[in-house]
Design a protein around this ligand. Structure first.
Ligand code: HGY
Ligand code: MN
Ligand code: MN
Length: 416
């Protein structure tokens, strides 16, 4: 790279952290975390602010019907397949500043830098600020990338509601999107997709490596379980005469943990949410809902474990005279990343003297949706103490910049 582009690159590197802090203000909460849920005002503001930034930096910014925001740098050979990068703009509740946002901000800066330093690329470049990945507001994940990749269709909105009873159809309409909105169709094709993301685990930090080149992303099963017994008076109902859904669910939850430990790594099974109803101290809970999040790189093991667990829970409910409702809300299959892209990323790291390792991802990502329809890859940077989905989520500015450099170099050599 000529001297002036190296200096220019330094300038863009210096913009990365301030821009992440700027974006984190959209949905900042009092505890220092970020909550930016699909179609909420803070979500709309964040997309609008990014759109303005994209336009100020020479990118063609546009929305699609589900609210994915795209920044495009048209290529001189538009007939060549488009190269896309990006990540999700939504967060978990009380999440951190980097999960998703890092890939979006780095992508916006990378395209802005490449345009300023090298002008128009041969291949069209796109940065995607994807509407939703986490499933934090609605029991629905990968809503953004899933509409682009054809997994979902905005004309067939899932009948889902958030914790306040607001439906997806109401929320998408109030945010100004939907099948009737004037925006571009979401479903479209890309030649390749690359996502820069924090690791959200502790492998890179403990092995003191700067970059993770992802080999594959785990499959997931997310399930809602409802155990139904009978509400009754906490004082007048003898212990032997109760149909206590919360006590039954508690036994089920200990079985989830025990059986997952028996299967062993890399299988993980998590109960992240439990809601007794009516949920007051002097009433035996008539119904208890809890969530299951089960993951593994091998879909055969994933399905075997999930089916065995379901059988065990059904038997416990039957033993206690309760009913069990089991609803699968997400089925994402494990997806391998593209081997050529992995080699290219590995080569960039070796060439630039960056320590790196190839590794699987225990977290789900939009790259696993794109990985079903086009060659896809992911670049990880270390997470301090492996913490994520938490206001304490943190990656050092140097590590964030290192990932930005690898992404920018890969985009340059792929699109120019
Ligand atoms: O839950 C996940 O794996 C991702 O952070 N959405
Ligand atoms: Mn996440
Ligand atoms: Mn993420």
């Amino acid at each position: 790279m000529a001297k002036q582009t190296a200096t220019l690159l330094e300038q863009y590197c210096e913009r990365l952290n301030p821009m992440l802090e700027w974006l984190a203000q959209h949905g900042a909460d009092a505890q220092g975390g970020v909550t930016r849920l699909l179609y909420t005002p803070e979500w709309v503001d964040a997309q609008q602010a990014l759109s303005a930034y994209m336009k100020e930096h020479g990118l063609d910014a546009f929305y699609d019907q589900v609210g994915n925001l795209t920044g495009r740098l048209e290529g001189t050979q538009p007939e060549l397949p488009t190269v896309a990068t990006g990540s999700h703009i939504d967060t978990v509740i009380m999440g951190g500043k980097y999960d998703g946002a890092y890939g979006v901000v780095a992508g916006v800066l990378a395209l802005s830098y490449l345009r300023e330093a090298y002008g128009q690329p041969k291949r069209t470049l796109e940065v995607l600020s994807l509407a939703e990945e986490e499933g934090s507001r609605f029991p629905l994940t990968y809503w953004g990338s899933g509409n682009i990749a054809g997994k979902y269709d905005v004309n067939e909105l899932p009948n889902v509601h958030d914790r306040d009873g607001v439906s997806l159809s109401q929320a998408i309409r109030e945010a100004g999107f939907g099948a009737e909105s004037p925006y571009a169709l979401a479903q479209r094709e890309h030649g390749s997709y690359i996502e820069l993301h924090i690791e959200q685990g502790c492998v890179l930090e403990r092995s003191q490596q700067q970059i993770g080149v992802v080999t594959g992303i785990v499959g997931q099963r997310r399930i809602e379980v409802r155990v139904t017994g009978e509400s009754n008076h906490a004082g007048t109902t003898p212990m032997g005469w109760r149909s206590d859904s919360l006590a039954c669910a508690a036994e089920m939850i200990t079985i989830v943990r025990r059986t997952a430990l028996e299967v062993g790594d890399p299988l993980v099974a998590t109960v992240g949410n439990i809601q007794p109803f009516p949920g007051v101290s002097n009433v035996i809970a008539g119904e208890t809902m809890f969530t299951l999040d089960i993951r593994h790189l091998d879909s055969v093991v994933l399905d075997e474990y999930t089916e065995q667990l379901r059988t065990q829970l059904v038997n416990i409910a039957a033993r206690d005279g309760m009913t069990l409702f089991w609803q699968e809300n997400l089925r994402a299959e494990p997806v391998l990343m593209n081997s050529d892209m992995i080699d290219e990323l590995q080569h960039i790291c070796e060439q630039d003297g960056i320590t790196s390792r190839q590794m699987p991802s225990g977290a789900g990502h939009d790259a696993q949706i794109f990985g079903n329809v086009c060659p896809s890859a992911m670049i990880f940077v270390p997470s301090r103490d492996g913490i994520s989905h938490n206001p304490l989520e943190y990656t050092t500015p140097d590590d964030l910049i290192q990932g930005f450099r690898v992404l920018t170099q890969w985009l340059y050599q792929t699109a120019y």
